[in-house]
Structures are given as structure tokens and as C-alpha cells.
Design a protein around this ligand. Sequence first.
Ligand code: DGP
Length: 121
Amino acid sequence: MAYDTDNIFAKILRGEIPCDKVFENDYALAFRDINPQAPVHLLVIPKGPYEALDDFTEKATDAEIEGFFRAVGTVAREAGAVDAGYRFLANCGPDAHQEVSHFHVHIFAGRDLGGMIKRPD
Ligand code: DGP
């Protein structure tokens, strides 16, 4: 499927809609989630047009991949989340309920985050 250039995060990257930015470099932009699910809930997105981890790891350059994942670590560190711990998570595709079709990593911190995944009823 082709990358949808009208997705919300593409618009944020183009500056068409605002975000509460916490970090930016050549490879990544990080900002606060609009609907936080933890005291710290940040999103880190690559600057290139990638839909999910699959096409990111298949098509991005080594520099983009390194720059992005180093940025994820920097964002968590700068959020003060390292000592108490944090979770980083990427929803990819329908079964993971990915809502925004631009690859993004969530960083959750600031409280006990509970178990890793919802178990079937
Ligand atoms: P996911 O289900 O992994 O695709 O999560 C998408 C996240 O993006 C969700 O936690 C809410 C957040 N989000 C959606 N629209 C906006 C927006 O316009 N601004 C910000 N800051 N976050 C958004």
C-alpha cells in the first residue's frame, strides 16, 4: 500500500498542524501524544515517509534507522524515564490497532505500566 501523505503525522512534519514538540533532529521528531495514557506519553516519528516498522526497516537507509533509534533513546533519557523505567511500543497494522499510518514509537513512563499485553478473555 502506498504511503498516505495526508496522515496526521505527515501534516505535523510539514508544519500544517501543531504539536507539542520535545525533540527534533535530521531523522526524527518527538512530541506529546494528544491523548496521553501515562503521565509521560511521547511519540517519536521518523522524518521519512514510512507507514510502519516493516517498510521502515526494508526501505530506510542505515543512517535513517540509526538516527531514528538513537533519537528514541535520547527522548526517553531526556524525559527522565530511564531510572524508573519506561515502555516503548510500536503498533504496526490492523491487529495492533495502528491508527496513524506513519511509523511511530510510543514512549510511556511515569507510573507502573502494568502487564505487557492484553490477554484473550
Ligand atoms: P497508534 O494506535 O499506535 O497509531 O497511536 C496513534 C497515537 O497518535 C494515539 O495515541 C493518539 C495520537 N494522535 C493522534 N492524532 C494526534 C495528533 O494530531 N497530535 C498528537 N500529538 N497525537 C495524535
